[in-house]
Design a protein around this ligand. Structure first.
Ligand code: ATP
Ligand code: MG
Length: 393
């Protein structure tokens, strides 16, 4: 049985002159995402893209899974291909959809005839196919207003496609059409969700992770890689930079006032991240901060953190409750990994009483006195690079 995946573009339809670029990026993203599943081609017509398998072994189940995670797609359907001949369509459709029809009570048929040369008009196709389905599945009734299932026949240029109700796509806009940004990623619950949310708005990601061995372990870093592998099923492949942060954190501990440890550490993360971001053509930083969640996420603390870099910082979780963030982390399958109990550099040397209203002047004085300049350069020269993609290895 030959099948295709029909894909309907999402917000792309609204983008006027940019439409072509958006379509091209989406097509490239679909290609990349389906890599390794067998031979296929993609064609586009009438705001629909078709994934057409070209080899017998093409894994269409897995392809549908992957398509469901590509941003820029509003809905998609797995459809059976049939010759453009009414008799053949009438034979094929009830067989192809047998399992779904058996498990439904009410249905209707819809026909879309974009090939105007096809000798039967849409109402005739609906009537004939509706009748044939009722013959084969006598338990069914037709309900044109509120059917449990809609059987659709699309008569297109090169074939007819038969499918039921489309599945909802991932929405958003295609990754790569919204510029580049760097996500500061920890092993926690929040930052992977923040990464997902910005990728959904078309942003291509670079990841930055701060590690402080031996206070943080190799396994903590592996946990971050595991999280990013989940995120890249939505965002596409990315490069991860691991920043050696031990010396800087030890210096903060030795030379800075205890109540400012966290805020200074966060400022240094921003300074270093800004440099890595620039080197990677990124114009923004992304964090998983949410207002008021911890001492370093009060308005004053965020103001103080922001001053450390000139780059725009996106905080897509800023107004969300923890439970709302957790719900998304379940959806994108990062939750279970996030709660594995490995230490993060943020939890090394945490002060007993962190300042919730740090005063910028004193923070900067403390930073100047400890003089991090050379340490920042040294860290930047010793970045570890990991390529993140969907592949198992
Ligand atoms: P998360 O769940 O993402 O760890 P959090 O609620 O625990 O967030 P913090 O630990 O204060 O909050 O971190 C705030 C943000 O700072 C994180 O969301 C992340 O963007 C960034 N961050 C924290 N630790 C690291 C790290 N080790 N490497 C890179 N970025 C980090
Ligand atoms: Mg954390």
């Amino acid at each position: 049985m030959k099948e295709v995946i029909l894909i309907k573009d999402g917000e792309i339809a609204l983008k006027g002159l940019n439409r072509k670029t958006f379509e091209d990026v989406l097509k490239k993203n679909i290609k990349l995402s389906l890599y390794g599943l067998g031979k296929f081609k993609i064609t586009s017509a009438q705001s629909t893209s078709y994934v057409i398998p070209l080899s017998e072994d093409f894994d269409i189940d897995e392809a549908c899974e992957r398509v469901s995670r590509i941003f820029g797609i509003v809905s998609f359907s797995r459809a059976g291909i049939c010759e453009k001949d009414l008799d053949k369509i009438l034979n094929f459709a009830p067989k192809y959809l047998a399992e779904q029809l058996e498990n439904t009570k009410t249905f209707k048929v819809e026909a879309k005839r974009s090939d105007k040369k096809f000798p039967y008009k849409s109402p005739e196709i609906c009537r004939e196919l509706g009748g044939r389905i009722l013959e084969k599945f006598p338990h069914l009734t037709v309900d044109v207003h509120n059917p449990e299932m809609t059987v659709t026949v699309e008569v297109r240029d090169f074939a007819a496609f038969v499918h039921t109700d489309p599945e909802r796509g991932a929405g958003g806009i295609p990754v790569g059409t919204g510029g580049n940004a760097a996500i500061l990623i920890s092993g926690g619950i929040d930052s992977p969700v923040a990464a997902y949310m910005m990728a959904k708005r078309g942003v291509k990601l670079t990841a930055i992770h701060f590690a402080s061995p031996p206070y943080t372990s190799e396994r903590a870093e592996q946990k971050v890689v595991k999280l990013l592998k989940k995120v890249c099923r939505y965002s596409g492949p990315m490069t991860m930079y691991t920043v050696p942060f031990t010396k800087i954190q030890e210096t903060i501990k030795d030379k800075c006032p205890e109540e400012l440890f966290t805020i200074i550490m966060r400022r240094l993360m921003m300074k270093i991240s800004e440099r890595i971001a620039k080197d990677n053509n990124c114009c923004a930083l992304i964090t998983g901060e949410s207002l008021g969640q911890v001492a370093s996420q009060t308005i004053n603390a965020i103001e103080c953190t922001d001053e450390a870099s000139k780059m725009v910082v996106f905080r897509p979780l800023i107004g969300m409750d923890k439970q709302e963030i957790i719900d998304i982390s379940y959806k994108i399958d990062t939750f279970k990994t996030s709660i594995e109990p490995y230490e993060d550099c943020c939890t090394v040397f945490t002060p007993k009483h962190p300042r919730t209203k740090p005063i910028l002047k004193y923070v900067k004085q403390a930073e100047e006195a400890a003089n991090f300049r050379e340490m920042i350069e040294e860290a930047l020269q010793n970045l570890k690079i990991t390529n993140i993609n969907q592949r198992e290895d």
